[in-house]
Design a protein. Structure first.
Length: 218
């Protein structure tokens, strides 16, 4: 089994706190010790405008929208006035640490003007990213756990979609300071298994992959 470990070097806390619109999916959350609990719904739905949070601020340290690596940001509005993910380019190495650090930096000024935001808190930090047999284990400090329920769904989706752009990554497992937990999929249902982009149907605007074909019966 091949194993690639990339550890995050200490870095400053220059990223300002950022708050995202409450996004496209309404779910109820109860944060408990070591995890969170979210009631599920039959399908994702949009959050009323008056229930959405404050817009993020652009981060001057965010990279230019060039290069071959991709991260996923959140549209301020989308179809039916709901929020969706949209990919943008970053000129960083195509390895887990570099790409995820670019995601944590959020939108640059040009992207902010184009009404792109991030649901991932500015206080969030990457502790490690370990790729084992196609699953990228993403270890965070835990600021993401403080998010409102619908915003949490978007933040998790951002990480899953961004990590899945990295060569060799087929699924993503989120950890908080080394501890695995349960995280919501696109319907707000908690999953303890690794997540894939197929757990978030309809979330991405242009890069949403089709579902794997169902094998025909012989």
């Amino acid at each position: 089994m091949s194993e690639r470990v990339v550890e995050r070097a200490n870095h400053g806390h220059g990223l300002g706190a950022r708050w995202c619109h409450v996004g496209a999916f309404a779910v109820a959350v109860v944060l408990a010790a070591g995890g969170c609990s979210i009631s599920s719904e039959n399908a994702p739905r949009d959050i009323p405008v008056d229930q959405r949070g404050q817009l993020d601020l652009a981060d001057p340290s965010a990279g230019e929208a060039t290069g071959a690596s991709r991260i996923f940001l959140v549209t301020a509005t989308g179809p039916d006035d709901g929020q969706r993910l949209q990919s943008v380019l970053r000129d960083v190495p195509a390895d887990p640490e570099a790409v995820l650090q670019a995601l944590l930096a959020g939108p640059n000024e040009g992207e902010f003007e184009a009404e792109l935001r991030t649901a991932v808190p500015g206080e969030e930090e990457l502790l490690a990213a370990r790729l084992i047999a196609g699953t990228l284990n993403v270890d965070l400090t835990g600021a993401i756990q403080t998010l409102p329920p619908a915003t949490l769904v978007l933040a998790v989706a951002q990480i899953v979609f961004t990590a899945s752009e990295i060569d060799g990554v087929r699924s993503v497992r989120l950890r908080i300071e080394g501890e695995a937990g349960s995280w919501p999929d696109g319907f707000g249902e908690l999953q303890s298994r690794p997540l894939t982009v197929y757990d978030f149907p309809g979330v991405a605007l242009s890069a949403q992959p089709g579902y794997p074909p169902i094998p025909s019966e012989l």
